[in-house]
Design a protein around this ligand. Structure first.
Ligand code: 5AD
Ligand code: SF4
Length: 437
């Protein structure tokens, strides 16, 4: 019988795709995936450290494996990704979890296969973290798990050093992949039947292909030129780098979805400056105007942080104002979490927890009401959904339209991976209920 693996993934899409690369390595070693941790011969935790609660989740779940490992001594436990990549964290993990067998960082993820072989060969423990990012590696074959969507990395790392953010420290400096490799990957994914390609990078707008110097708008147009029916999405864009050229490129092909994730973080110019975001709320609004000039129907989503050090009631009100002004299709809202080693972690005037709580509740209320308003406008309309999955509990298929709205519908036959039209009958907050046409 095949040996089995279970991967626990925390954090962003970048990590989700890294886990697909890990799954690729494990399947090459002869392992097959299993749903229950208890059945696994190897468990891999692919961790995140963007906020403290992401780390706490991982700590809790790794801690829970102590008993299982005592009962199943041959089971291999590996902990990798962003959390161990932080300076000094691998030592903390070693001490806290003596039963963990393999610890690796973000820059040596592609070596996990070797580490597992070493462990199987009798090595007691493998702990290896690379201090810097090295060259972009090509050629690893991920085991994709999100059909009909396929994730494609176009850049790695980040150079922006927003003062609150740990990403540049754990993902290294920004590196772009070569355009010809990205295009070749995209062509073969479309030929294999993937219906949605999502380009990934911390800041896709600053993509510059080594060699030919191709920039993001051109890459997008070239990708949209690939034959076949599919959708193109990308994330994340930094407002300071969002250009008219990109808006024009987005409007150049029906394959490029009319939706843009453009994290604003705050509506207060004082806080934006302290965050080192390099734009003002006015600049942000101008970018939205440019976007809407080319794509009037474009859905805009964002990320917002409350409780950044020194944030006053007035600063917070500016965030609410900006949200009202833009009218986001949906938004991710976060309470600021100090990250050791970042500039903001050393800033004075921490905002009390109680105040953060009040602010996040008010912000979530506003964002939710905007989300509901956008969904309500769909009722009575027809929209094209790319079916992604079947929800066993609800007995319904689900998928998203090009703007990213989730739609549920009943169908007698399996339509996963197909574009279908639904007539929207009802809107429930962020999602839609429809009838298959
Ligand atoms: N605290 C809270 N939110 C954060 N983010 C990044 N770092 C922090 C932090 N220290 C949020 C930002 C970013 C998203 C991915 O996570 O909003 O856009
Ligand atoms: Fe973090 Fe800023 Fe880079 Fe985004 S752009 S990953 S928030 S440092």
């Amino acid at each position: 019988m095949n040996k089995r693996y279970h991967i626990v993934t925390y954090g962003c899409q970048m990590n989700v795709h890294d886990s697909e690369r890990i799954a690729g390595m494990l399947s090459r070693l002869g392992y097959v995936s299993c749903d229950r941790i208890d059945d696994a011969d190897i468990v891999v935790f692919n961790t995140c450290c963007i906020r403290e609660n992401a780390e706490n989740h991982a700590y809790g779940n790794i801690g829970m494996l102590k008993k299982l490992k005592a009962a199943k001594r041959d089971m291999i436990i590996a902990v990798g990704g962003c959390m161990p990549q932080q300076i000094g964290k691998a030592d903390v993990l070693c001490k806290k979890f003596p039963y963990v067998d393999i610890i690796f960082g973000t820059h040596n993820l592609n070596r996990l296969e070797e580490y597992i072989k070493a462990k199987l060969g009798g090595k007691k423990r493998v702990v290896e973290i690379y201090g810097s990012e090295g060259e972009v590696t090509e050629g690893d074959i991920p085991l994709r798990t999100s059909y009909p969507n396929a994730w494609i990395n176009i850049t790695y790392g980040c150079n922006n050093f927003c003062s609150y953010c740990i990403v540049p420290y754990v993902r290294g400096r920004e590196r772009s992949r070569r355009s010809e490799n990205i295009l070749a990957e995209a062509r073969s994914l479309v030929a294999e039947g993937y219906r949605e390609l999502t380009l990934l990078g911390q800041n896709v707008n600053s993509f510059v292909s080594p060699g030919d110097g191709m920039r993001f708008p051109e890459l997008l147009e070239k990708l949209a030129g690939i034959d076949g029916k599919f959708r193109l999405r990308f994330m994340t864009s930094h407002p300071k780098d969002f250009s008219e050229e990109l808006a024009r490129a987005m409007a150049s092909s029906g394959k490029i979805c009319h939706c843009l994730h453009l994290p604003v973080q705050s509506g207060s110019d004082r806080i934006l400056k302290a965050m080192n975001r390099k734009y003002t709320s006015g600049d942000y609004l101008k970018k939205i105007e440019i976007l809407k000039k080319y794509l009037p129907d474009c859905a805009v989503t964002t990320d917002l942080i409350v409780g950044f050090p020194g944030e006053t009631d007035e600063d917070f009100k500016a965030t609410l104002e900006l949200v009202k002004n833009v009218g986001f299709s949906s938004a991710f809202t976060f309470v600021y979490s100090p990250r050791k080693g970042t500039v903001a972690a050393e800033m004075p005037d921490k905002v009390p927890e109680e105040v953060c709580k009040e602010r996040i509740i008010e912000l979530v209320d506003l964002v939710n009401s905007q989300t509901r308003d956008v969904s309500a406008k769909y009722v009575g309309r027809t929209c094209e959904i790319l079916c992604e999955a079947y929800d066993e509990k609800r007995g319904l298929y689900l998928g998203r339209d090009e703007y990213g709205r989730m739609g549920y519908f009943a169908s007698d036959k399996n339509v996963i991976g197909e574009f279908v039209d639904i007539s929207v009958k009802e809107a429930n907050g962020i999602s839609l209920m429809g009838e298959l046409l």
